[in-house]
Design a protein around this ligand. Structure first.
Ligand code: ZN
Length: 91
């Protein structure tokens, strides 16, 4: 018996081939590999390792690196990071 999922891999590859064209596949595979690597390293570092230093998106106060709360409005680092991500998405 072959490897489980082997047929599905072929179907996925065929779909990618149709969507992107054969000439672009190697580039796509490379960028997917890089994205996977970055995703894995990001998962390892976790949320608490995200840089919180910079200006607070709520009150504009300068938040020192590694702090758990904003010195201006006392929002948590998680709130600040989440709000920044939201603003980046809408920008
Ligand atoms: Zn603040």
């Amino acid at each position: 018996m072959g490897l489980p999922g082997g047929a599905e891999m072929i179907v996925v590859l065929l779909v990618l081939l149709l969507l992107f064209g054969a000439s672009r596949l190697p580039k796509l595979a490379r960028s997917m590999g890089q994205a996977g690597k970055e995703f894995k390293s990001g998962m390892k570092e976790g949320y608490k390792e995200e840089p919180v230093e910079g200006s607070c998106p709520f009150c504009g106060a300068e938040v020192p690196a590694g702090s758990k709360f904003c010195p201006g409005c006392a929002r948590s680092a998680e709130d600040i990071i989440a709000e920044r991500a939201l603003k980046q998405k809408s920008a």
